[in-house]
Design a protein around this ligand. Structure first.
Ligand SMILES: Cc1cc2nc3c(=O)[nH]c(=O)nc-3n(C[C@H](O)[C@H](O)[C@H](O)COP(=O)(O)OP(=O)(O)OC[C@H]3O[C@@H](n4cnc5c(N)ncnc54)[C@H](O)[C@@H]3O)c2cc1C
Length: 392
């Protein structure tokens, strides 16, 4: 049975969007429908990143979409969010690629970089000619990146970097890595460094055997006495706050993206339940227990849409705080994962086959729940915000 996505709008959500926002959303939706949906299951099976989509995505302005200048599209935060929603409706791995390129590489260059760094990298990253990765996590430090062991020290007119990074999206396909390291000469303050990936001593190796985000490249990075010019330090970076600001940008896009994955699963399960017949030649949608699942999903998707739209509106007014973004990321990814599990159930045995997108979304969302601050770390961020007490 061929199921074509129809969009999900229970309470007139579209009326809350401007014409421009709907246009951006519809353009991204059509791009995904025409270009990603026909190939994504093959990519997922093969563990292949669809690199052929990089250039067209650049042409549509998806990279660094909310940045101003340097050829970037200058979208509002809500428009950018709607793009990530549509990307993740296609696949979380492809959305992850765009999030890393935009929020974790272009954003720190934009926010903390020198004019020269911005001129060198942003126009080339905006159109997808150059790709980036973000190296924060290490084998022994994930939720607590402040413990990182990667070090930089100044030697003449160079910084020399040593360390290991783990679980790095786009690591082996990147031209430049934003590496977070403690600068020994500055009392081990965390700083950001731009490391061209062809520098001697830099090595990226892909992590194989992932059951999740299979259409996205994930790598480990090793830096052994990698020398970079002093001009490669991101001059306005300083302290752990800097990478956390980047993560905030990315988490915002993820909160929208998760709505896209949930919409894909819900809409597929709804269509399937109306088509599939069991007992008395009746569609399974006629059974109360199936309807309960559908009702739960449409309610949660609708709440998630409203939550992330409000956070986006706040962000566009420069009023969004990190705890707002934590709430949206935590809630929406959890909601999407629950929708994927319920939808998988509604499809019965067909739910475990990749003829339908649900199991892929479900497996992808397990990573999304963990990266960019795990579900529980966001619980602690919200808890700290409302109580004033740090429970990490
Ligand atoms: C596919 C994929 C892509 C990724 N891409 C990137 C990338 O591009 N760049 C990058 O830098 N990183 C990336 N990551 C890494 C990701 O950000 C980390 O996995 C994440 O921060 C969690 O760290 P960890 O895996 O070490 O888990 P841990 O920190 O070891 O956590 C394990 C468990 O312990 C819990 N826990 C930890 N501390 C506490 C606490 N204080 N209280 C209660 N519970 C706690 C966590 O919630 C979790 O359930 C990626 C990960 C994946 C899976």
């Amino acid at each position: 049975m061929a199921i074509k996505f129809r969009g999900v709008d229970f309470i007139g959500f579209d009326t809350l969007l401007t014409d421009d926002e709907r246009l951006v959303r519809d353009t991204a939706r059509k791009f995904i429908e025409d270009n990603l949906i026909p190939i994504i299951e093959e990519c997922n099976r093969a563990g292949r990143f669809p690199r052929e989509l990089v250039k067209p995505m650049g042409e549509l302005g998806f990279f660094g979409a909310s940045l101003k200048g340097y050829g970037c599209a200058g979208m509002s935060n809500v428009e950018y969010g709607l793009v990530t929603q549509e990307l993740e409706r296609g696949d979380s791995g492809v959305r992850s690629f765009v999030s890393v390129q935009s929020a974790l590489v272009m954003y720190p260059i934009y926010a903390f970089g020198s004019d020269e760094q911005k001129q060198t990298w942003l126009p080339a990253m905006q159109n997808g000619e150059k790709l980036g990765c973000f190296g924060l996590t290490e084998p022994d430090f994930g939720s607590n990146p402040g413990g990182m062991r990667t070090r930089a020290r100044k030697v003449g007119n160079e910084y020399v970097l040593n360390g290991e990074k783990m679980w790095i999206t786009s690591g082996s396909i990147a031209d430049v890595a934003v590496i977070w390291a403690k600068l020994e000469d500055e009392d081990n303050t965390v700083r950001g460094f731009l490391v061209e990936t062809d520098r001697p001593g830099f090595r990226a190796e892909d992590i194989h055997g992932k059951w999740s985000l299979r259409a996205s490249v994930t790598s480990s990075l090793s830096l052994q006495d990698v020398g970079i010019p002093v001009s490669n330090l991101l001059p306005k970076s300083g302290g752990l706050k800097s990478p956390l600001m980047c993560l905030n940008q990315a988490r915002y896009g993820i909160a929208w993206g998760a709505v896209g994955a949930a919409m894909a699963c819900y809409d597929c399960a709804l269509q399937y339940s109306l088509f599939r017949k069991q007992f008395h030649d009746q569609p399974i949608a006629s059974h109360q227990l199936v309807q309960e699942k559908l009702a739960w999903m449409i309610t949660e998707v609708t709440k998630a849409q409203l939550l992330v739209l409000q956070v986006g509106r706040l962000k566009d007014q420069d009023k969004a705080q990190h705890q707002h973004i934590s709430m949206a990321k935590r809630n929406n990814v959890w909601m999407a994962l629950e929708c994927a599990r319920l939808s998988r159930d509604i499809l019965g045995a067909n739910g475990v086959a990749d003829e339908y997108p649900i199991f892929r979304h479900m497996a992808n969302l397990e990573s999304v729940k963990t990266y960019e601050g795990t579900h529980d770390i966001h619980t602690l961020i919200i808890g700290q915000s409302v109580t004033g007490i740090d429970a990490f």
